[in-house]
Design a protein around this ligand. Structure first.
Ligand code: HEM
Length: 181
């Protein structure tokens, strides 16, 4: 007569053997494919929206006209992350005002000139910009549709090697917030 303890031990041993065998046969997990750094480009606010980690594997956000690739910080800016409001948007106002409510990000192709920010908010924003400059690569500039059209037309007329040539730096453009702050 086979004792219940014996049946239990044999079943347990068979289970352990089977789970180990199955694990051994499983292929090791493939590492997630590395995303190539995107080429430097001009983005209108509408174009930027696609880079929210949903419609594109990349996550971009803009601060004072510079577009950052924050894909590496997906746990912050990706879907479900605490700062997802900023993904694909100009995050300047939200960072300045320490708010990630939906009303802090401009809609459409509207450019936020940030001229109403007070000194403390401007300084908070500048601190955040320094943080992003140190942590994330800049992959472009946020421009109006007119600025983009003009640039593309000029480039067609006289092609340039680097698209960033001819686009004034953040602090020298009258249409960007940085000049006013
Ligand atoms: C409830 C209050 C908040 C808490 C508890 C909180 C907590 C945190 C924590 C724990 C981190 C990670 C720090 C690290 O990696 O060392 C972080 C990062 C950050 N927080 Fe907050 N936070 C709060 C409010 C805010 C607000 C109001 C903003 C701006 C709108 C903000 C923007 C950020 C940004 C931009 C980062 C950097 C993420 C990165 O590394 O890319 N946080 N926060």
């Amino acid at each position: 007569m086979v004792s219940p303890q014996f049946v239990f031990i044999v079943t347990l041993a068979a289970y352990i053997f089977f789970t180990r065998w199955r694990r051994m046969k499983q292929k090791p997990l493939e590492p997630a494919p590395e995303l190539e750094q995107p080429k430097w480009s001009l983005y209108t606010a509408s174009e930027l929206k696609r880079f929210n980690g949903k419609s594109s594997p990349f996550i971009f956000l803009a601060i004072k006209g510079d577009v950052y690739n924050v894909t590496e910080g997906g746990k912050f800016y990706g879907p479900g992350g605490p700062y997802y409001t900023f993904a694909g948007h100009d995050a300047s106002r939200g960072l300045a005002k320490s708010s990630f409510e939906e009303d802090v990000v401009p809609e459409g192709d509207e450019m936020d000139d940030l001229s109403d920010l007070n000194e403390e908010e401007k300084s908070t924003l500048n601190d955040w910009k320094t943080f992003f400059d140190q942590k994330y690569p800049v992959v472009g500039r946020l421009v109006t549709p007119t600025e983009k059209e003009q640039h593309l037309a000029a480039e067609k007329a006289a092609p340039v090697e680097n698209i960033s040539e001819g686009i004034p730096a953040a602090d020298s453009r009258s249409s960007t917030p940085s000049e006013k702050n």
